[in-house]
Design a protein around this ligand. Structure first.
Ligand code: SF4
Length: 123
């Protein structure tokens, strides 16, 4: 018996509606609705290993601003986003901070890093 999953491709602003057909073992047998190869790749990834870029802020000590925006360097597993949120919420970093600076290496064992999204000068 097959099953279907429907979702929107978020790989570009067109937002194509995707339909993914899965066999009994959960393997993808067909992707429809995509208008390019990226859509098929996104659909397969979304079914097997959904990931999202994480974005938030961290508290800063001695900076011109009290917080600094951060993001994951690469998309992180969707199921780990709550753990990552807790890890980032408990972090406080010292200014100055450079854009791209790694603030948490291999956050929550996800093989991605939390990096600064901007420069932040010290006071
Ligand atoms: S399938 Fe291709 S064109 Fe459609 S939203 Fe995804 S990336 Fe964009």
């Amino acid at each position: 018996m097959t099953s279907e999953r429907k979702f929107i491709c978020v790989s570009c602003p067109l937002g194509c509606g995707l339909t993914v057909t899965l066999d009994d073992s959960g393997e993808v047998t067909k992707v429809e609705g995509n208008t390019c190869a990226r859509g098929e790749s996104y659909a397969r990834s979304e079914v097997k290993d959904p990931r999202r870029v994480f974005a938030s802020t961290v508290r800063v000590r001695g900076g011109k601003l009290p917080v600094c925006p951060v993001r994951s360097k690469t998309p992180a597993p969707k199921g780990k986003l709550f753990d990552i949120t807790r890890a980032v919420a408990s972090l406080e970093v010292e200014a100055p901070i450079k854009i791209g600076q790694v603030l948490i290496h291999n956050v929550c064992g996800t093989d991605t890093d939390i990096v600064a999204s901007r420069d932040l000068e010290a006071v």
